[in-house]
Design a protein around this ligand. Structure first.
Ligand SMILES: Cc1cc2nc3c(=O)[nH]c(=O)nc-3n(C[C@H](O)[C@H](O)[C@H](O)COP(=O)(O)OP(=O)(O)OC[C@H]3O[C@@H](n4cnc5c(N)ncnc54)[C@H](O)[C@@H]3O)c2cc1C
Length: 344
């Protein structure tokens, strides 16, 4: 018998399991595909905030999650002995409107609690690995971090095993059951609730051989350029609502790779190492979908990570573990399962 069974060994399920273990619970993780078989087995790993303005529950929880991630990943590395590839290396992006960028810099002082900055800087401060920017200016923020999705999920799995958690491909459901089953879980949930609570959204990404491991990541024209600790750089991502094959890469990815070398010239003529596609779980509310499974006592949902699942996973683990182990529910309304269901 265990206190908690987690279905799904992606970043949401693993973080829920980790938060439960850290609160003293016994946990079993079940995933027929093994660790990181879904979206969490990708390449990108940007842990980046929304802009510091028009603050709301989602931005506040994302801030808390990004803030707590550094200590969580250090703990995971320490317990399991494997490197998640985490580092708070910051981010640069071209300045669009200077007035807005400057106002956001002022907002960040308060909203980011004086711990991180959002500053307008001269692009020449960042050397060769920088985006083309007509104004010659970039926004540099020090809150953004990166993790290597595959290494981070394997590091979490190792830390869980070190804490005597079983990670199985099949097994019994004991205790509270958390369904952290990603995109296919949203489809299953929609069938169970007879309402489309969420859909899979395909994304394609690539990995190239370019070593910028300690430098800030770049966000330019909607593209993420993420240097990883192992001397590779990830580029992402496409967004496809309709697709025939969830795991194949096509001309959409070629377009991105063509654009990115124009936007970040340092990436020209670097060898392509891998192309990868996966399905993001997007809840109808577009926010993470957390809480009790309606009409199914003892069952809970942790889903809807969509494009920011890695960034949100630490706080998702915390919120779900508080709910099921302490009965303490501080999930904001916009993150509840109800937010993706029709209003009564
Ligand atoms: C191209 C791309 C780029 C991305 N870039 C970023 C990024 O830079 N930063 C970021 O934060 N996020 C990013 N994301 C989003 C992020 O990857 C996802 O939000 C996150 O991985 C979702 O995690 P998850 O655990 O909910 O789902 P998944 O990782 O899909 O895990 C779900 C797991 O549940 C298992 N499962 C399914 N059914 C069952 C069942 N019945 N029983 C047991 N197990 C089951 C599956 O095998 C799977 O392993 C990106 C996604 C894509 C596709």
């Amino acid at each position: 018998m265990v206190d908690v069974t987690v279905r799904g060994a992606g970043i949401f399920g693993l973080c829920v399991a980790w938060a439960c273990v850290k609160r003293g619970a016994s946990v079993r993780v079940i995933d027929p595909g093994g660790v990181a078989a879904g979206a969490s087995g990708g390449l990108v790993g940007a842990l980046a905030p929304h802009t510091p303005e028009r603050w709301n529950d989602k931005k506040e929880l994302q801030f808390q999650s990004l803030d707590m991630a550094e200590a969580m990943w250090a703990d995971v590395a320490d317990v399991g002995g494997r490197d998640p590839g985490y580092a708070r290396t910051g981010r640069i992006q071209p300045v669009g409107a200077l007035e807005i960028a400057t106002e956001r810099a002022r907002n960040a002082e308060e909203l980011w609690k004086g711990r991180y900055t959002w500053q307008v800087r001269d692009v020449r401060d960042f050397g060769e690995f920088a985006p083309v920017t007509p104004s010659g200016l970039v926004i540099h923020d020090t809150l953004t971090a990166r993790a290597n999705p595959r290494k981070a999920t394997q590091a979490l799995a190792a830390a869980l095993v070190a804490k005597r958690v079983e990670i199985l491909t099949e097994g019994r459901e004991d205790g509270a059951v958390v369904h952290a089953t990603g995109a296919s879980g949203l489809v299953a949930l929609s069938e169970a609730l007879a309402y489309p609570v969420g859909v899979p959204i395909k994304g394609q990404s690539a990995l190239i051989a370019f070593d910028a491991r300690d430098l800030p990541q770049i966000f330019v024209d909607g593209l993420h350029v993420i240097p990883h600790a192992n001397g590779t750089t990830a580029i992402g991502s496409t967004t496809e609502r309709e697709f025939a094959d969830p795991s194949s890469c096509d001309g959409g990815l070629d377009d991105i790779l063509g654009r990115v070398v124009r936007l970040v010239p340092a990436l020209r003529e670097r060898p392509l190492l891998e192309r990868w596609a996966g399905l993001r779980p997007r809840a109808r509310s577009r926010a993470p979908m957390l809480g009790a499974w309606p009409g199914r006592p003892g069952h809970f949902i942790a889903n809807g990570g969509f494009k920011i699942g890695f960034g949100m996973a630490p706080i998702v683990g915390q919120l779900i573990s508080e709910l099921i182990l302490d009965g303490h529910d501080r999930i904001p309304d916009s993150f509840r399962v109800d937010a993706s269901l029709p209003k009564p």
